[in-house]
Design a protein around this ligand. Structure first.
Ligand SMILES: C[C@H](O)[C@H](O)[C@H]1CNC2=NC(N)=NC(=O)C2=N1
Length: 101
């Protein structure tokens, strides 16, 4: 069953518990910074593994020492759902271990 889209208020409330994450109303995103490139690249692989586990996938953009993650739920036409919040929480759990800030 497709997840229900969150209201903007529900999204804002959820993001209040996820510092650094923001929304434009259509997706949620965060950019992480690293001391150098390889830790950023390693986090991409770790996030990809989590995404496969959840069967929910973000857009990731890797720079020299930055990783940007943006996610919404395709199955409801590109809106924010609890699946996106769950993925963000899971990414937050591993971020510090990769030296991300
Ligand atoms: C068939 C498969 O379950 C779907 O395509 C999954 C895969 N990953 C997904 N990721 C995201 N972000 N939204 C989806 O609706 C989605 N659906």
């Amino acid at each position: 069953m497709a997840p229900e889209p969150l209201t903007r208020q529900q999204t804002d409330d959820a993001l209040a518990e996820l510092p650094g994450w923001s929304t434009d109303g259509d997706s949620i995103s965060r950019t992480y910074s690293f001391a150098k490139h390889l830790p950023a690249a390693a986090m991409v692989v770790h996030v990809a593994a989590i995404q496969e586990e959840l069967n929910h996938h973000s857009e990731m953009s890797l720079g020299y020492n930055k990783l940007s993650v943006t996610v919404n739920t395709h199955s409801v036409g590109g809106q924010v759902t609890a699946k996106d919040i769950e993925l963000a929480r899971r990414i937050e759990e591993i971020a510090a271990g990769h030296g991300a800030s």
